[in-house]
Design a protein around this ligand. Sequence first.
Ligand code: CU
Length: 68
Amino acid sequence: MTTITYEVPAINCMHCVHTIQTEVADLAGVKSVKADATSKKVEIVFEAPASEEKIKALLKEINYPVAA
Ligand SMILES: [Cu+2]
């Protein structure tokens, strides 16, 4: 199990938080997702078949790309 925190500058409100938590939680292997509109950070706990690559690709796809 891996825990990773990403900075996602596009998070602005509870709607963003809800969208990210719902979409990322749907990815196979993701155990928990905590997005925060104040810190603009997303903490994700996951294991295979999820991967950092897949999570980042998904966030980009839903218009919440991870900060470089
Ligand atoms: Cu929002």
